[in-house]
Design a protein around this ligand. Sequence first.
Ligand code: ROI
Length: 162
Amino acid sequence: MSAVTYIGLGSNLGDSLQILTEAVHKIAALGPVKVSKLYQSPPMGPQDQPNYLNAAVQLVTDLAPLALLDELQRFEQESGRVRLRRWGERTLDLDLLMYGQEQIQNERLTVPHIGVMERDFVLIPLLDLDAELQLKGQLLKDLPILKHPSLDVLDAGNWAKI
Ligand code: ROI
């Protein structure tokens, strides 16, 4: 059984565009993908760190949630992932945001990902992929936080060259 999943991508260390592009290509090897626009967003957390590049990918996959998480964590490691401090700068974050309609809670994984509804740098890319997306019965596009978005579109085209 395949599931429609959503993955959030973020980077603010190194050549972030190159890093996100490579990550999208690796994710695309797991199944059919749709890719959001590419955004630049001010850091949530300490302000003395660079802006982030953010995007999201919709992936249709046969992988079970933890098998998918294994792959995403492998991709993070392969990017030479560096995390300097909590809430601080990082080379690559790949967050499993949603896995079909499933609610998952264990030592390794919480799905839907905590914070989705509070983070415009996650919500806006998600809405590129499905404008009618809902979480816990809430249409994401109707969330008040979206009235004053803090992020900018960097590339509305096929930036990942998929
Ligand atoms: N801030 C922004 N703008 N984008 C991110 O992807 C991001 N990721 C993080 C924290 C440190 C919370 N801040 C972020 O992990």
